[in-house]
Design a protein around this ligand. Structure first.
Ligand SMILES: [Zn+2]
Length: 292
């Protein structure tokens, strides 16, 4: 059974943020988090293991910004393959012997189409380079997350299709009203991606209540994932604070499940406590569904 089959039969628990835990551990915000996959693999492996112990059945690699454009800020643009392979390998190691899927995290490049053209950057090639290395490292799924631009998502999805048949999750962070950055309605973006072959569509890095409203508009029967943040962040004493506690977060996970989400994890501000609360909420829902 693959993740997609499983999502037809039950609600699956994803993992939570990695960056939030690294910041909490004192890693400075200006550090390249993805580089830690090979400079401090044990630290990253421990985070994956904490999420698995909390009940996550899908874990995501620490590779969100590991594309050539973003790594250039750290002078690491020639190490895309090395970093992504290491990110995949450390997650695969954490999942070994467990009933857990490993998804390779791929974020946006951080430049728009005009910026890419002006700098002579082939966006498709940037995505192919990252995705190839994640697949070589052993991930089963490619998780495109926090995309705001439909065109960039389509470029990324087509790049993945050229490389392999691995399952893909295409996740947007959109406006609370449900529009991606070109102004395109989210529902149209989802249906066009499905025509392009996307098997799981998703929302992430938004507040739970906003997500619930949007999920209700998605046609039923679609494979949909939801990875909300722990509420709207507030800036306090030099850092972002997320207001939602794990039990309220789990309550919004229940509402997301009722609105059709079949894979539920967490984004910014979440940690293994939030995922443990979500895993328990999902287990309750499944028990309720099965009993007559
Ligand atoms: Zn986020």
């Amino acid at each position: 059974m693959d993740l997609l089959d499983e999502m037809q039969t039950r609600i699956v628990c994803g993992d939570g943020a990695i960056g939030t835990l690294l910041l909490d551990a004192g890693i400075p915000l200006d550090r390249c988090f993805e580089e830690l996959c090979f400079t401090e693999p044990d630290r990253i492996q421990t985070i994956h293991q904490q999420y698995i112990a909390a009940g996550a059945r899908v874990i995501e690699t620490n590779s969100f910004g590991a594309n050539a454009v973003r790594l250039e800020r750290f002078g690491l643009e020639r190490r895309v393959t090395e970093i992504n392979r290491a990110a995949a390998q450390v997650a695969v190691k954490a999942a070994r012997g467990k009933d857990v899927y490993v998804a390779g995290s791929v974020g946006p490049l951080g430049i728009n189409g005009e910026g890419a053209k002006a700098r002579g950057i082939d966006r498709g090639q940037c995505f192919r380079e990252q995705i190839s290395a994640l697949l070589e490292g052993g991930v089963q799924i490619i998780f495109f997350e926090t995309f705001t631009d439909f065109e960039e998502m389509e470029i990324a999805l087509l790049a993945k299709k050229e490389i392999g048949a691995a399952l893909e999750i295409c996740s947007f962070s959109c406006t609370p009203e449900g529009r991606v950055s070109s102004g395109m309605p989210l529902i149209d973006a989802f249906s066009e991606l499905r025509e392009d072959g996307a098997r799981i569509v998703a929302l992430n890095c938004m507040s739970g209540p906003d997500m619930v409203q949007l999920l209700r508009r998605v046609p039923s029967g679609s494979a949909v994932a939801a990875y909300p943040s722990a509420g709207h962040p507030k800036y306090h004493e030099g850092r972002f604070v997320y207001p939602l506690a794990p039990d309220s977060f789990a309550q919004s996970a229940r509402e997301m499940a009722a609105a059709g989400a079949r894979l539920i994890g967490g984004c910014c501000g979440t940690n293994p406590k939030y995922i443990a609360a979500v895993a328990a909420a999902i287990a309750d829902l499944e028990t309720a569904r099965k009993s007559p």
